[in-house]
Design a protein around this ligand. Sequence first.
Ligand SMILES: C[S@@+](CC[C@H](N)C(=O)[O-])C[C@H]1O[C@@H](n2cnc3c(N)ncnc32)[C@H](O)[C@@H]1O
Length: 268
Amino acid sequence: MVPDDALQAHYALGKEQGRLDGGLGLVEFERTRELLLRHLPSPPAVVADIGGGPGRYALWLASIGYAVRLRDVVPLHVDQALRSAREAGLAIDPKVGDARDIDLPDGSADVVLLLGPMYHLPEATDRARCLREAHRVLRPGGVAFVAAISRWSPRLHAHLVRRAYRDFPSMHEELPAAERTGVMRPLAVGGFVGYAHRPAELRAEVESAGFECLDLVSVEGLAFALPDLDERLADETDRAVVLDAARSLERVPELLGLGPHLLATARR
Ligand SMILES: C[S@@+](CC[C@H](N)C(=O)[O-])C[C@H]1O[C@@H](n2cnc3c(N)ncnc32)[C@H](O)[C@@H]1O
């Protein structure tokens, strides 16, 4: 199976919509929103949400005045984004498209979101194409937000915390190679396929595409390891502490790769 087929098989399971509504997904969403708000230009501005999935960020951005163009390589996600946008009365221009070959003109976006494609592209040449495309569609001075999965997340989050080895016993053997190469192979049909970055490697890839890397942070920090995360998120004080811990330690070099996601902010 080639990686793109594996990607389609993974998302055909239909689990992406609603992922950011609770638990660790909610921490990812809240933290990513605050990280975006630090560098977004004031609306109205054009945001190309490449790999935008079912549209959670696109809909939020459209609701606060941005002109959004959502592209995703999975048709189901584009349909879901379209339906949600119609229900909300928002325009997000959703189309099927590949981050490696974006159908938008040069310099046509003020902001590019790459919150997905980079951690689904195991080949370095594909990741470089994806970043070059983001650079091309941005206007000079425009900002890209590039999400990655941390190299140690398969072991710390999937294996240790979620005990994924119970469903996928081969994980014990797969982990050392995944940690050495970054390549995450699907452990079953529909399994996750992609690439896990070391923090310095993400920065290097972003800079190689011609960007100035403005920031590189851990998004969720240690929240993934809290067994009572749902309970904490339901309590105002506990929730604030969870988010504050992630925020306060987001740039500590020794802890950058501890959490599931990294986010690079980069300027063309
Ligand atoms: C985990 S989802 C994240 C969706 C959304 N950006 C978010 O953060 O909620 C990753 C998304 O990236 C998309 N994706 C992966 N590779 C892609 C590519 N080469 N071009 C466009 N989209 C891609 C997937 O189809 C999926 O919708």
